[in-house]
Ligand binder design. Structure first.
Ligand code: SF4
Length: 385
């Protein structure tokens, strides 16, 4: 291994990524083009809307005013939805934008606020009946809303969604709740270990960076089912610092650990030779209806979008590929059509990564859900610092 590169900070997500596959983590630090995702955009829209409405200045308004909440929620969510849409559409690596998902974002926003209502011990009310005074009560239990915590040694970083006063039935504080707002699928029963560790990480980092604190608990707030899941356990910061040591970036890639779970949604496949080697060795299956390939383009008809591809077999472990006997036809349309046309007009003739292709028998289909990129295994860090 050559010398380590720039300093780094461990966050719960980078820690998880490193454990899933060290190479995935290493590639994620190479400033490669990121892929936009609809769940991420929706999560951002909900998080930012919750943050904005929690910070809404109602101090000069009459406590008895009602009928304002739904209107404010709509304005705020619409604004953040538009912001996310713009970022999404400006990202070259992206699927198709789905405007109807705003209704799902709206449900998530409502779900998150309902949890806040419960935590502030407000009696159940329709949003149209929530007064400015009720909202001031909610704001009074919020101690921190979207804050970044960094450990004193600079090694650990965490972004806290909410720090909330934990009220007993008499409305008295019995401690603090570190709450992480989750906009994805809730667990069927208990939180999985990685989510527990993430929540404990926020709890422990808060305690490490705060002089005086009461009892602190950590919870995952799932907006889609409006359920709260507590995370209980010992401090995780000793393990986090041990992981930080292993995560120092080197100029050579970290080892890859290809497996179905890690590779399935990995956005760095076009830069990683390991999954393709694992596929050719039978360690990873290709039986999925949606699959990825490394191919050469043999023929392409720009009128119909019909294409003939030849699968490329790995030669060694470093991403070099050679022709194989395996050819298959496909139909390319929409965004995939644009991408393949760009590759052709740039004069590129090398191997191509096809991501998320839909296979129907021997024919493959590429469309808005797919990606077509140059096959570019990365064997040296391209970071300059
Ligand atoms: S494709 Fe698989 S092996 Fe390669 S970096 Fe991603 S997760 Fe790791």
């Amino acid at each position: 291994m050559e010398g380590t590169l720039s300093s780094h900070q461990l966050s719960p997500s980078s820690w998880n990524r490193f454990e899933e596959c060290p190479r995935k983590y290493w590639l994620s630090r190479q400033r490669l083009p990121r892929k936009a995702s609809l769940p991420a955009s929706m999560g951002n829209a909900i998080h930012n809307s919750v943050e904005e409405i929690c910070n809404l200045d109602v101090s000069n308004r009459d406590d008895s005013e009602t009928g304002w909440l739904s209107k404010s929620m709509k304005e705020i969510l619409d604004k953040h939805w538009e912001i996310e849409k713009k970022i999404f559409l400006e990202t070259p690596r992206r699927p198709r934008w789905k405007p109807h998902l705003i209704s799902k974002a709206r449900e998530g926003f409502i779900g998150a606020l309902n949890i806040l209502f419960i935590k502030s011990k407000q009696s159940e009310k329709k949003f149209s009946e929530v007064s400015v005074g009720d909202w001031k009560n909610i704001q009074s239990i919020l101690l921190l809303n979207e804050g970044t915590l960094v450990s004193e040694d600079g090694k650990l970083i965490g972004r806290l969604d909410l720090l909330v006063n934990d009220l007993d039935n008499n409305g008295q504080s019995k401690g603090w709740i570190v709450a992480d707002l989750k906009t994805g699928k809730p667990p069927q029963k208990d939180l999985n270990e990685r989510v527990i560790r993430q929540l404990l990480f926020y709890r422990d980092l808060l305690k490490e960076t705060t002089d005086d604190y009461p009892l602190v608990i950590a919870e995952g707030w799932y907006s889609s089912n409006q359920e709260v899941y507590p995370a209980i356990g010992e401090s995780v910061l000793i393990d986090a610092r041990k992981a930080w040591e292993k995560m120092k970036l080197t100029s050579e890639p970290f080892i890859g650990t290809p497996n179905f779970q890690s590779c399935k949604f990995c956005e760095y496949k076009a830069w990683c030779p390991d999954w393709w080697v694992a596929r050719s060795e039978g360690v990873l299956s290709e039986s999925d209806m949606f699959r990825d390939e490394v191919v050469r383009l043999i023929r392409f008809d720009e009128t119909s979008g019909a294409a003939l591809f030849e699968r490329q077999s790995p030669l060694g472990k470093d991403g070099e590929v050679i022709e194989s006997e395996i050819r298959f036809g496909g139909f390319v349309k929409d965004r995939a059509f644009e991408q393949i046309s760009e590759l052709i007009s740039s004069g590129y003739k090398g191997p191509i990564f096809l991501g998320s292709i839909r296979a129907e028998g021997k024919i493959i289909h590429l469309g808005d859900w797919s990606e077509i990129l140059r096959w570019s295994p990365l064997l040296k860090s391209i970071r300059v610092n």
